[in-house]
Design a protein around this ligand. Sequence first.
Ligand SMILES: Cc1cc2nc3c(=O)[nH]c(=O)nc-3n(C[C@H](O)[C@H](O)[C@H](O)COP(=O)(O)O)c2cc1C
Length: 325
Amino acid sequence: MSEDLSRNIDLLFEPLVVGSVTLANRIVVPPMVSNRALSSDAAVRWYGRLAAEGPGLVIVEATRIHRFQEDYTAEAIRPVVEAIHSRGAKAAIQLFPIPLGESWAPSDLSRERIDDLVRQFAHATSVCIAAGFDGVEPHGAHGYLVNQFFSPKANAREDGYGGSVENRCRFSLEVARACREAAGDALLLYRHTPVESESYGIEDSFVLTDRLVEIGVDVLDISPGGFRRPGELSAPFKERYARTPIITVWRMEVVTRAVEAIRERRADLIAVGRGMLVDASWPRKVRERQLDEIEQCEECSVGCFDRLWAGELVGCVKWPDGYHV
Ligand SMILES: Cc1cc2nc3c(=O)[nH]c(=O)nc-3n(C[C@H](O)[C@H](O)[C@H](O)COP(=O)(O)O)c2cc1C
């Protein structure tokens, strides 16, 4: 390893103060659906494993907001938060509006349904904060419902929620405001996919993110979804919002790439997803400069994405003992 790289790795281990929360370093585990119920022992083991070897922040997977009106009480989900906190990481959780098995487009939703979803986001946030989470993240990315409202290609509404970019931002902003109010001093993150080809560009994204920052979003989580340009898409946001921490994601387990993203000020935080699935020791091995010891993700998708969509326990095909942790 070059001396330069070894020295620059320290950049990943600088603490970051975000609002009322101090993150021990710049390494984030991004939200990844694991197909383990949040209230189960399996989820406690899963998140304990992901938090065990040194990430600064673990964002718990996309969690359906209606569950917080049912079985996901603060007591039921607190063990997951404790599993993360007891390993020294902070814990946030991503919130997702659509129940399992449902598929809604923006034009399917009545005004009452929209208001109800906004209330559900607020309620879910309150429950999560009562359980001890340090922050919540509405899922505004990857072409799912909240992102669809923003996309002129996916949003055919002709009322105040469709048409102009201001109208297309409305649902996202209502959700963010509701979560902001319910989160109190805790963090509000927001995951956004900028630039969806043939639908919207960075200028539209800036209209949304300017408002999100005004509302009090503490961290912008910039996620390309299928549009893969590791570390690049976050740069314009970092340039625009000097004081709002930006997360960048996609194949950041490549250590030189992660270091460059921070060194070149393209982001403040790097998220390592599949790299943490294959090897949850990634943060420790990087800190100890044992880069040759890191188990590599081959992007095969067999243990992660394929099992995610099949509704099976997510993990990595490289694990020697199957998918139970
Ligand atoms: C199994 C799996 C589940 C995922 N679930 C979510 C999710 O719940 N919410 C989300 O925004 N992204 C989800 N993602 C995307 C990741 O958060 C991340 O953005 C993506 O994997 C790219 O990062 P990576 O190259 O480090 O894996 C998931 C990815 C995987 C592999």
